[in-house]
Write a protein that binds this ligand. Structure first.
Ligand code: AMP
Ligand code: MG
Length: 536
């Protein structure tokens, strides 16, 4: 479909319709100093000027959401605006007030400490997109931090947001990655070795950046009038199909958030994504992946793996616990919604239903990953169970395993060696594949092949179906680190190259095989490749 052509003045002509700041109360104080903010959903605040903004990369798909063409993104004005150095007419910069439960504990007021919303753009399709800069300077919510972001974390957020979009995973979007020209001091592993690092700003886009924590803070403070006002605003603005706000409608809205969150968890488990910091302030009411910090991608399939060094001991946010944590977080949102409804039953019902939404979605997703046309509970549950027992026992690359499984021949009466041949390349330590393990794997493959034959679809079709849900290209942890190393050395091209590869994560791209392989051994223990901290 062709887009309407854009003119050179498009950026300056962006149209804003700032519903959030128009319809909700602002912090009456305008001085930008750190403090508790009461009776308000946000504080107006200006981004800081930076030394020398320099564009590293833009996403052309995200740009089209603002009706911007690629050439609009290469202008000096673009770099100035999306690094926070220049405001456009109609913008209304502000930081949102929210609280949250961090690692299971109520943390009180958090808020946009290093994010500044510029305003809501209305595009040619009438869609509203909140434009937000991450790393554009301090706000009243910055607590004891500086409001800045460093290149490494910004690059990781930029690439991963767009990679997730192309994988079909609900996510906030990233328009641009811009170096500020300033340096920022960070102690990467909180071990008393701070270093100056290049600062950067990512421009993010989403229908809204409203989190569970926006409601939690109001409920915790007993500000039920504003709680209702914010809920009514969200329903009327983002969920109008539910009807006019009323106690029953709040319950239906919560149910919708539970469904969207369950669907998101299914997606994360499908592609091997670990968020890393699933605090309630990092949970979107739209069921979007939000706040890319110390996230990571499963390399060897290990449900207990977490990329977040801060979480290394408790592993609260490891891969396999994400659905349970989502449920816990939804329960905190439910607590905040109780004053709206006056009783707990509908909320409790939705929380119970969450488990079913997730499990149904997960089983359907697993059936798809295995190329099965329909899920048959009696046969398929044991098949999934045994597979998930087998995968972590030897270091198996998750992405490659499912991709290669599509190539496993399923005809009857072939040797186990021929059957398992396509999987040879998916192991990190082939020496772990002892006889006993191979026998179990062969037995599983035999059962799988029988099951596929019963399904009766031609093999080429099974492969096509599997390739459509099992990505070949994900943003492997070490790939993001390679791009960071290059940009630090002044070379930007790998960012665009990765962005291009990740645009088509399900396609075979013969000249890009190098980005599809297993993590190289050097990356096994290198900081940034296998472990990250919240410091950004
Ligand atoms: P996160 O878990 O990284 O999403 O952040 C948790 C809270 O800390 C949020 O309120 C952030 O705005 C705040 N925060 C994180 N990094 C910074 C920073 N460099 N400056 C100010 N606030 C920050
Ligand atoms: Mg956050």
């Amino acid at each position: 479909m062709s887009r309407p052509s854009t003119t050179a003045g498009t950026l300056a002509a962006l149209r804003f319709d700032n519903r959030f700041t128009r319809d909700l109360p602002a912090d009456p104080e305008t001085e930008n100093r750190r403090r508790q903010v009461f009776d308000a959903c946000y504080s107006r605040v200006l981004p800081v000027q930076t030394a020398r903004p320099r564009l590293v990369s833009t996403s052309r798909e995200a740009a089209t959401l603002l009706d911007l063409a690629e050439r609009d993104c290469r202008t000096e004005l673009f770099a100035r605006v999306f690094s926070g150095n220049q405001l456009l007419p109609g913008m209304d910069p502000h930081a949102a007030c929210y609280g949250g439960h961090q690692f299971g504990n109520w943390a009180g007021q958090l808020g946009d400490g290093r994010a500044i919303n510029l305003g809501e753009v209305v595009n040619n399709h009438g869609e509203h997109w909140m434009v937000q800069l991450k790393g554009a300077g301090p706000t009243p919510y910055s607590r004891n931090a500086d409001g800045r972001a460093v290149l490494r974390s910004s690059l990781r957020e930029f690439l991963c947001s767009e990679a997730m979009f192309h994988l079909g995973v609900p996510t906030t979007r990233a328009l641009s990655l811009i170096l500020t020209g300033d340096t920022v001091e960070r102690d990467m592993f909180y071990d008393g070795h701070p270093e100056e690092e290049p600062g950067a700003v990512v421009c993010r886009l989403a229908p809204s950046f409203v989190r569970f924590g926006n409601f939690e803070i109001l409920a915790a403070r007993g500000d039920f009038g504003l709680l209702r006002q914010l809920a009514d605003f969200c329903i009327r603005t983002f969920f109008p199909h539910l009807g006019e706000p009323a106690p029953e409608i709040y319950g239906r809205w919560f149910e919708e958030i539970c469904r969207a969150t369950a669907a998101l968890m299914v997606h994360w488990l499908r592609v091997g994504f670990v968020h890393g910091v699933m605090n309630t302030d990092n949970m979107s009411i739209h069921g979007l992946t939000i706040d890319y910090g110390p996230y990571g991608w499963l390399e060897n399939y290990d449900p207990t793996w977490t990329p977040n060094t801060t979480d290394a001991k408790g592993r609260r946010y490891c891969f396999g616990r994400q659905p349970a944590i989502a449920h816990w977080n939804l329960a905190r949102l439910a607590d905040a919604f109780v004053p709206l409804i006056g009783h707990v039953e509908p909320l409790e019902q939705s929380l119970r239903d969450f488990t079913g939404y997730f499990e149904d979605g997960w089983e359907a997703m697993m059936a798809q990953k295995l190329g099965l046309i329909a899920f048959e509970p009696d046969q398929d549950r044991p098949l999934f169970r045994e597979l998930l027992r087998l995968l972590p026992e030897v270091e198996t690359d998750m992405t490659l395993f499912f991709r290669q499984l599509a190539l496993v021949p399923v005809e009857a009466r072939i040797s186990p060696e021929r059957r398992s041949a396509p999987l040879e390349e998916v192991y990190y330590r082939p020496e772990q594949l002892n006889r006993a393990y191979r026998d179990r794997l062969d037995a599983w493959l035999e059962t799988y092949a029988e099951r596929v034959r019963r399904d009766g679809s031609p093999d080429a079709e099974r492969r096509q179906r599997m390739h459509a849900v099992n990505p070949k290209y994900v943003l492997r942890n070490y790939l993001a680190q390679l791009a960071i190393d290059k940009v630090m050395a002044g070379e930007y091209s790998l960012v665009d190259e990765l962005l291009e590869v990740l645009r088509h994560p399900y396609d075979d791209q013969p000249d890009k095989e190098m980005f599809a392989g297993k993590r190289p051994e050097w990356a096994r223990h290198r900081p940034g490749c296998s472990m990250l901290s919240c410091s950004s």
